[in-house]
Design a protein around this ligand. Structure first.
Ligand SMILES: [Zn+2]
Ligand SMILES: [Zn+2]
Length: 271
């Protein structure tokens, strides 16, 4: 999965040795160039590499037209199909539902229709405690039920609770991505208690008026949203190029929300 695709995304994927042939889904938050201008290049490279797997793209109205116009006028018949879905900024919408996870879009407030994305991991199958199963010779139906994380009650009244026959499950993880948005307190409803929040932080509080005018946020505002939504960790990004030193971003956010980091190109963040 790739969220947003600014200019140079392909180069960065190569630089950090990320296999982009494995990409199945691309999500575009809005149609400002810094969030999608790398897309046509990436789609063209898939074509040159003779990709055959279908690709699913979610993005605002108009993006489908931009893509099809380019390939029509370049007389390109892609080697793979694109399954395009229009996103709307009208609340929480389920976009993807696989056995492993769910992806939702939710509204942001910016100069164009813009959405954030929320990824929720699903609980996997439970790991059974093998020694107990062997010792007690559980019926097959009970094992099936336990693996799905459900207690089993047999017709004869026998009872096999998950807590006794399975190891505790790994907690499922959640991630929310907020690309470009003005400070908007209601946002907290959509991202409540996520494990990791990425939030834009284009300006410092000293430029609050400029942030409001351009419908962006400051580091302090991003931290306030993180605190109000009780998220576990915050990563700041989308810094204006006017700031050569980014430490003041952290200094501004920390007193409001302690567990905060600056995003760094190519870095991996463990959840
Ligand atoms: Zn924007
Ligand atoms: Zn932007």
């Amino acid at each position: 999965m790739l969220i947003d695709c600014g200019e140079g995304t392909q180069m960065q994927l190569r630089r950090f040795r990320l296999k982009y042939s494995k990409l199945d889904y691309i999500f575009i938050s809005h149609l400002h160039g810094d969030h999608y201008l790398g897309l046509i290049g990436l789609l063209s490279s898939f074509h040159l590499a003779r990709r055959s797997n279908p690709l699913t793209i979610f993005g605002p109205k108009g993006l489908d037209e931009i893509i099809s116009t380019h390939f029509r006028w370049s007389n390109t018949q892609l080697t793979y199909s694109i399954d395009f879905h229009i996103t709307t900024d009208d609340g929480l919408n389920l976009l993807v539902n696989t056995p492993q996870l769910m992806v939702y879009s939710f509204p942001l407030r910016h100069r164009l229709p813009t959405t954030g994305f929320l990824i929720k991991e699903k609980a996997g199958l439970s790991n059974l405690i093998k020694s107990k199963l062997e010792a007690e010779k559980l019926p097959v139906e009970a094992i099936k039920s336990l693996r799905k994380g459900m207690d089993y009650i047999g017709v004869d009244g026998s009872f096999y609770p998950v807590r006794e026959y399975c190891y505790p499950q790994e907690p499922t993880r959640t991630y929310a991505y907020c690309s470009d948005t003005i400070y908007w307190p209601e946002l907290k409803e959509y991202i409540a208690e996520v494990d990791l929040l990425y939030h834009e932080s284009t300006f410092l509080d000293a430029e609050k008026e400029r942030a409001e005018l351009t419908m962006h946020s400051t580091a302090g505002q991003a931290a306030s949203i993180a605190a109000a939504a009780s998220v576990k960790k915050l990563i700041l990004g989308h810094f204006s190029s006017r700031y050569k030193d980014l430490n003041p971003m952290l200094e501004e956010a920390k007193p409001i929300f302690e567990n905060v980091e600056l995003s760094v190109e190519g870095e991996t963040y463990q959840l």
